[in-house]
Design a binder for this molecule. Sequence first.
Ligand code: NAD
Ligand code: MG
Length: 391
Amino acid sequence: MGNDNANKKKKICILGSTGSIGVQALQVIEEHADMLEAYVLTANSQADLLIEQARRFQPAAVVIADESKYAYVSEALANEPVQVYAGAEALCQVVQMEPVDMVLTALVGFAGLRPTLSAVEAGKPIALANKETLVVAGELVTEKCLEKGVPMFPVDSEHSAIFQCLVGEVSPVEKLILTASGGPFRSFTMEQMKDVTPAMALKHPNWEMGAKITIDSASMMNKGFEVIEARWLFDVTPDQIQVVVHPQSVVHSAVQFQDGAVKAQLGCPDMRVPIQLAFTYPYRVYSDFPRMDWWQMGDLTFEAPDMKRFRCLQLAYDVMRTGGTAPCVLNAANEVVNLAFRRGQCGFLQMADVIEETLQRMPLTVSPTLEDYLQCDAESRRMAASILGIS
Ligand code: NAD
Ligand code: MG
């Protein structure tokens, strides 16, 4: 009986268990230990946290992507029943382990592409947090999902909201309404934005997230990425996606239908809700996450995004329309400037300049293969770094 129950638990492989999403996913798993199990945990270089998580959750395997930390991790876990692997290639292998029922892609950046494809190849359902994968290679990834019959459950709060609005609908949608908080510089002038520091950008008004996505939120590149993510997840055209700035982040996103009706999903800003739903769908499971307080919430406001001040959002719409490798170039250049900004090597507004110039200089491949994407990513990074003068 006990064994039967253990076998019925959904075994989850978390790529990026030491990050903001990964840690919250483990909270959800711990809360629902009767249904969910952390089967594989992976980290880039945070060895100590990975070791601590492995001791606590007793996964079948862990991967430390940074190979120089392999000996440290495997020694620390020598007395635990946990297989220890290292390197990027191992990420592509663990997602395919036979007992894995679902892969949560909670690692950041382009590094998510190959393991995600590998999981889809093996028929593993995906809980998708790593939006960069769909930004870079949305066409390739969604085609592969279709071919393999693999579902992709969105973890991004906006996309989870849209997914929830679509449950039970059989008619085509008219429009997706993607809400955006506008980030910490929503009401800054261009002049003020010139001088913002990493510390200022790292203070997001509504969400606690990893450093990279927090900077992307401040520049609104994150919203641009989410537009592209929505295009692939929900199979709509670029013109069917409208960004609406909603500073309170209570309306998580909405869908407009052909009769003019709009359905929205609302809630407190808490990523554990979409993470949990991706794990337990089609069921909603009781959790004591904070409830909405209608009397305390105050006004909900909505405004148009300013694509002149937030040029990254415009660039994302542009590359989505261009297609091919253009979104891959956008993502790669953004990863370079995002890190450079955090290190004080690039100004806040300069990020969009460098991305735009990289886009202008890089050749376009119209129907890229995985190999093309890998090359384009590497080449775009070199290009962006040299434009920035840090190569
Ligand atoms: P984070 O920086 O907090 O964590 C990233 C995780 O990925 C860590 O576990 C890290 O060890 C791992 N990682 C980083 N680089 C890696 C590499 N090269 N190889 C293997 N592993 C690597 O990031 P986060 O905020 O948790 O975001 C993770 C993903 O989820 C991102 O794609 C982000 O856009 C998306 N997302 C995050 C939030 C949020 O609230 N944090 C919301 C929506 C979407
Ligand atoms: Mg989001």
